[in-house]
Design a protein around this ligand. Structure first.
Ligand code: SDX
Length: 440
């Protein structure tokens, strides 16, 4: 899918190894960095590139999301995240990410209907939840049940069939919210609440989480708008760890439900989507502004594994635009639920102020990211910290399915299979016992 027009411009990169020199084409982007196509390097020079963590590696060509880390810009299919957060809604954003442009009124109405018709789960899936302990992390249920969907929806496993691919993406987005709500209900020992298809996606999620057999949850427009904005902000983010996991799983031809389950697993990590739960727990552990300096010191101490959760980002070397939007929503939500001067929010804002003036954070260009404020809002809405990453995963099913679709439809796509720098034993005769220390 490489941009053929650009190759004609013959921009090339020259590489000299010993007395051999090699030329590789440079492809220009429409926005942001260009790339050097080194796919022929190994066959021509018998050498690999080495880039642990892929800090300088583009794994694919994509038209979905653009991030300018220097200037704190995030765009979905060219639309600024600020505009979408203010003017759009999550289902319209899902359609935009997957199909590439904003749907017209008719298309959007039809898409909402299609999504809402997939909110129910096969009755037998309820048995899966019974297998979990009540204190299982809801993300464990998300991983398990998402993967299990492939055994219930066998009419959408053929990835070569465009209709089946599209139906699978709709099922994954729609059912992720129902599974997430069921995981929450199961963890608090309440019966599951069925979706109501006359509600919007976000209203439905709040209804399934907070209604119960004794009373209907009264949906507040302020909280459902905040919920919807959180879903929009977390929907996609270029080739982050969990999206790269989905792409790599998909490159082997694995079915879409299995690929998304792999993405849920990767997102769970505290360095990635698990940071929203970790950030709120960190704020609660810091407890008061007088302890801030002690934790800032810990975060700066190389020997201490502690990191300021919700701070720093591989790409943003400026304020994460999503954090800015979430910070703005905090006050409105807290006021609506009647939390005056929330000590945790005050602590977060003071911590941010101190950290952003600290030489270490300035030099390493560490700013609050999407996970720094999201937990404060979700806690105010009524979610426990264990549900924060589940909510992130529900939202990210939009980006994961859009990126998976793009990868499957990429004509140059092949199975992802990186190589390595091998520094292990050279050939040994069987029976040569070499290791002195018995570390087993
Ligand atoms: C998400 O990729 C995405 O787009 C992810 C995401 C998405 O939408 O998909 O944006 C969502 O995952 C946001 C990030 C959430 N994670 C956290 O908030 C956890 C805390 N942050 C760090 O773990 C870290 O900042 C990462 C993992 C987010 C980024 O790590 P990088 O890019 O690999 O950077 P690094 O770890 O190499 O850090 C560079 C330096 C290091 O110091 P030196 O080795 O150069 O001396 O900055 C330091 C780090 O020690 N550093 C921090 C820090 N983050 C980085 N020091 C203290 N506290 C921190 N939070």
């Amino acid at each position: 899918m490489a941009n053929k027009k650009i190759i004609k411009n013959k921009k090339i990169a020259k590489l000299t190894i010993a007395d051999n020199s090699y030329e590789f084409p440079i492809y220009s982007s429409t926005e942001g960095e260009s790339v050097i196509d080194i796919s022929r390097l190994y066959s021509e020079a018998n050498i690999f590139t080495y880039d642990p963590g892929f800090t300088s590696t583009a794994s694919c060509e994509s038209k979905i999301t653009y991030i300018d880390g220097e200037n704190g810009i995030l765009r979905y299919r060219g639309y600024d995240i600020e505009d979408l957060a203010q003017k759009s809604d999550f289902i319209e954003v899902v359609n935009l990410l997957i199909y590439g442009d904003l749907p017209n009124k008719e298309q959007l109405k039809k898409y909402r209907r299609l999504i809402s018709r997939h909110t129910l789960l096969h009755e037998q899936i309820i048995n899966f939840f019974q297998g979990f302990r009540r204190d299982a992390h809801p993300m464990a249920m998300m991983v398990g049940v998402m993967g299990a969907l492939s055994s219930f929806y066998q009419d959408t496993l053929d990835i070569s069939d465009s209709h089946q691919r599209q139906e699978a993406t709709r099922r994954i987005v729609a059912k992720s919210a129902t599974i997430g709500a069921m995981a929450y209900k199961y963890s608090i020992g309440q019966s599951f609440v069925s979706p109501k298809n006359n509600l919007s996606f976000s209203e439905n999620f709040l209804h399934m989480c907070f209604s119960n057999t004794a009373e209907e949850y009264k949906i507040s427009p302020i909280l459902s708008k905040a919920m919807d904005t959180i879903f929009i902000l977390h929907a996609d983010h270029e080739q982050n760890a969990s999206t790269s996991t989905v792409r790599l799983a998909g490159s082997s031809g694995a079915n879409p439900f299995a690929c998304i389950a792999a993405g849920v697993s990767s997102l769970w990590g505290p360095a990635h989507g698990g940071a929203n739960q970790a950030a709120l727990e960190m704020l609660e552990e810091i407890g008061s502004t007088k302890n801030i300096n002690k934790y800032i010191k810990k975060a700066k101490n190389k020997k201490d594994p502690f990191k300021l959760m919700g701070f720093g980002h591989r790409v943003y070397k400026n304020y994460d635009p999503r954090a800015k939007i979430l910070k703005g929503i905090c006050q409105k939500v807290l006021k609506h639920v009647g939390i005056k001067n929330d000590p945790i929010l005050k602590l977060a804002m003071t911590l941010e102020k101190i950290a952003l003036k600290d030489k270490y954070f300035i030099e390493k260009r560490l700013y609050p990211n999407v996970d720094f404020y999201s937990g404060i809002i979700l806690r105010a809405i009524g979610f426990p910290p264990e549900m924060f990453t589940v909510i992130f995963a529900i939202s990210r099913t939009a980006g994961w399915t859009a990126q998976w679709t793009e990868m499957i439809e990429d004509p140059i796509q092949k199975i992802g299979r990186p190589r390595q720098l091998y520094t292990g034993n050279k050939s040994l005769k069987y029976g040569t016992i070499r290791s002195k220390k018995n570390t087993r």
